[in-house]
Design a protein. Structure first.
Length: 74
């Protein structure tokens, strides 16, 4: 369902090998970076995840941002 919503999967990573730095409350180990056309797409993606019942087994968080200005040109 996510393939047809206009979102583009840019990258993934799995931090199952090693994590260094300050420990935090997040117990996740996989990250999926998407380029999305609008904010409604994020809502639709989260809703479809929950509607499929996957939230019983996985945690899904959405962070919305922009390119980091010190490293990427606008």
């Amino acid at each position: 369902e996510w393939k047809g919503n206009g979102s583009e999967l840019l990258a993934t990573f799995d931090r199952d090998i090693m994590t260094a730095g300050q420990a935090g409350p997040h117990q996740w180990h996989a990250c999926f970076l998407y380029n999305i056309p609008d904010l409604q797409t994020v809502t639709d993606m989260l809703h479809s995840f929950r509607a499929a019942g996957l939230d019983r087994y996985f945690r899904l968080d959405a962070s919305i941002g922009r390119p980091f200005f010190l490293l990427e040109k606008q």
